[in-house]
Ligand binder design. Structure first.
Ligand SMILES: [Fe+2]
Length: 453
């Protein structure tokens, strides 16, 4: 028997062979097309979610591992192996990280003129919405149910004991619901000299938080569940799922404010060595930054003895640190360590972050925003910035329209910087920057904007 193909006829045996060959080729082409299509989908998603911070997002990572699994099973028929591969890349723990809450007890302000002047002369914090913002963070933790809610310090506005009591009260239900809450003090929380209540035009001193008081009130938020605590500071080692460890390093003691004291450094070194022997990766948390987040403005933002602090982490191969304090959204990298500085939770755009931490100590880090009070926070931020820029420029001889344009420009750029969304190239090429180079070089604000570039 023969088969006809156009003008040619071929024997039946050869036709069957040809048919089988074409079928196999067709299947292979279909698999290749599907793989490419799925890869493109994954890449497109990653691009869409990562444009700001450049690191792969947790969702993108998850979605790509799902795709690897499905193509692994269908295209290669090696489901078991691919499952194992996926396991290796699965996060060990999900952390919800927020910092610089700067909570002010509503009982400490009558919202009078003195208080308004204080907040409008500040850096854009929204202390009159402290309770609402903290409530939203607690609800977010309830929704997400992370392996831990981690708070990176400056829990209180200016170290008022009353504010700390209320923060602890708001967080306690999460513990009862099985969500660990892990805190570290910030420089504003310990023996801060400006703990005040605000009445009318005046501010009156109120009880501040001592190191001992903070340790007692916050013992349930970390140290009481820790595998080790440091005697000299509120530093502790906490064990996360799958043996991953979280090391909190407190640089805000009464004795050595802003620095990691010798005993803390010694204790931390021992803990990190022990983790190495146990085969456990460690991720660290500090209030001040470990790495400089700006080439110009780092003094007072990084830990005082920054070389010792950074060397401690480098020498133990730490890959991830979470910090706050500088209030900007930024991340810095050095010697394999990434220091993720999350923006202040009470300054627009009201940031917090979500980090999926992997067994090797790396993290997929995503920035999120609280949804309530965005407009109010933005307005506060813009009012504060424009007032400060105007004050600086009024001392100089600048044509009025140009001065106004310079203020607008600085306010916009500062907003983008705080939100971690600015483009250095756009700043350099813009008309606004040229105005600043012509008229504003003698000001702090010129240096500040230049430091962003
Ligand atoms: Fe701070």
């Amino acid at each position: 028997m023969r088969f006809r193909f156009g003008r040619h006829t071929v024997p039946a045996g050869r036709a069957r062979l040809l048919w089988a060959f074409l079928s196999i080729m067709g299947c292979l082409a279909a698999v290749a097309f599907l793989s490419r299509y799925l890869a493109d989908s994954c890449y497109g998603y990653a691009l869409e979610t990562d444009f700001v911070f450049g690191s792969p997002s947790a969702e993108a990572a998850k979605s790509s591992s799902e795709i690897i699994e499905s193509t692994g099973k269908t295209a290669f028929g090696e489901g078991a192996d691919m499952d194992q591969q996926e396991k290796k890349t699965e996060p060990a723990a999900r952390l919800l990280f927020a910092t610089d809450l700067h909570y002010l007890s509503p009982s400490l302000t009558d919202q009078g003129a003195g208080f308004q002047r204080l907040v409008e002369g500040g850096d854009g914090k929204l202390p009159e919405r402290s309770k609402e913002l903290l409530d939203e963070l607690v609800s977010t933790a309830r929704e997400i149910r992370p392996d831990a809610l981690v708070l990176g310090g400056d829990l209180t506005y200016n170290g008022e004991l009353q504010s700390l009591k209320e923060v602890c009260l708001a967080l306690t239900p999460l513990l009862e619901e099985g969500i660990p809450v892990l805190v570290i003090p910030g420089n504003h929380d310990i023996a801060y000299p400006y703990a005040c209540r605000y009445v009318g035009e005046k501010a009156y001193r109120v009880a501040a938080i001592s190191q001992k008081e903070f340790a007692e009130r916050c013992a349930c938020f970390g140290p009481s569940q820790a595998i080790s605590t440091c005697d000299a500071s509120f530093s502790y080692m906490y064990e996360l799922p799958e043996g991953l460890r979280l090391l909190f390093l407190d640089a805000n003691t009464e004795k050595k404010p802003g620095r990691l004291d010798e005993e803390t450094l010694r204790w931390a070194d021992e803990q990190l060595e022990k983790a190495r022997q146990d085969g456990a990766a460690v991720v660290t948390v500090t209030h001040q930054n470990v790495l400089r987040q700006s080439d110009l403005f780092y003094h007072g933002f990084v830990i005082g003895n920054e070389t010792e602090a950074a060397e401690l982490l480098f020498s133990h191969g730490i890959r991830t640190n979470f910090s706050g304090h500088s209030h900007i959204q930024h991340q810095a990298e050095k010697n394999g360590l990434t220091d993720y500085a999350t923006g202040c939770m009470s300054v627009w755009p009201l940031h917090y972050s979500l980090a999926d931490v992997f067994p090797d100590g790396t993290a997929d880090y995503q920035v999120r925003e609280l949804s309530g009070y965005q407009e109010e926070a933005k307005e506060r931020f813009y009012v504060c910035t424009s007032r400060q820029v105007r004050q600086a420029l009024m001392k100089l001889t600048i044509p009025d329209p140009i001065r106004e344009a310079m203020i607008d420009y600085a306010v916009t750029v500062n907003g983008q910087y705080f939100a971690g969304r600015f483009s250095p190239e756009e700043i350099k090429e813009s008309e606004g920057w040229k105005n600043w180079e012509t008229y504003g070089k003698s000001t702090f604000w010129y240096l500040y904007i230049r430091s962003m570039i």
